[in-house]
Design a protein around this ligand. Structure first.
Ligand SMILES: Cc1cc2nc3c(=O)[nH]c(=O)nc-3n(C[C@H](O)[C@H](O)[C@H](O)COP(=O)(O)O)c2cc1C
Length: 208
């Protein structure tokens, strides 16, 4: 695939079929992750790869399995979602949070090393480790696209992060920015349209 086709084809996939993902492919896409830019040249990233449904179930047990229409509307209202296409995305995504993680045949828990307090950064540079793992994640998602795989991310709530620590027992100085579900997309996946952007309106040559 041409690079720009890969970028265009990558979409968040929240519905997967039950085809297993080969370990070789997983290793290839994670290797692409390890080539991403990194603030300190160290690439202090680790990946817990879970291929067993029962273990995935255990990891994601704090997540609600379903959400009622009333709860969904209330969440969307609290988040003050304004634009209709954005509302459509949340209406599609929120009810699928548990399902997309359990349905994927491969759940990846990426970790980055962070020794200073992540949630009380003293300056922008203090967030460099966090920023770098997202570069790594984008490489992984693009590589997954080339392999005809789809990815879904979820940012864990605090109680989920605590549960992961208790279950995985990872070193204390490592943080998980998101869950990353990887799998073969269902053919009728619903991917809300991306907002149309005109690059000419986004670029400010020489001055804003
Ligand atoms: C920092 C970040 C956090 C996200 N958090 C979630 C999440 O918690 N759950 C989810 O289903 N999708 C999550 N997403 C995926 C976005 O909803 C998705 O990327 C966005 O709607 C654009 O759609 P696209 O990826 O198909 O282009 C997240 C994406 C990013 C970059």
């Amino acid at each position: 695939m041409d690079f720009y086709d890969v970028v265009k084809s990558r979409r968040t996939i929240r519905e997967f079929c039950d085809k297993k993902v080969d370990k070789e492919i997983i290793e290839r896409i994670l290797s692409a992750g390890l080539m991403a830019p990194t603030n300190d040249h160290l690439r202090n990233w680790e990946f817990v790869v879970i291929l067993e449904k029962e273990i995935i179930e255990k990891i994601i047990s704090p997540l609600p399995k379903t959400i009622s229409k009333k709860e969904l509307d209330s969440v969307i209202e609290t988040w003050e979602v304004g634009a209709p296409f954005q509302k459509e995305m949340y209406e599609n995504a929120i009810p699928k949070q548990y399902k997309m993680l359990i349905q994927s045949e491969c759940l990846i828990l990426p970790f980055f090393k962070q020794e200073s307090p992540l949630l009380k950064p003293e300056n922008l540079s203090a967030l460099n480790n966090f920023a770098s793992i997202w570069c790594c994640l984008e490489n992984i998602m693009l590589a997954a696209t080339v392999e005809n795989l789809g990815c879904a991310m979820r940012i864990p709530f605090e109680k989920e992060t605590e549960h992961i620590f208790e279950t995985i027992k990872h070193p204390k100085e490592y943080f998980m920015p998101c869950y990353l579900a990887i799998g073969y997309p269902l053919s009728n996946n619903r991917t809300p349209e991306q907002i149309k952007q005109n690059i000419k309106e986004k670029i400010h040559y020489n001055k804003w």
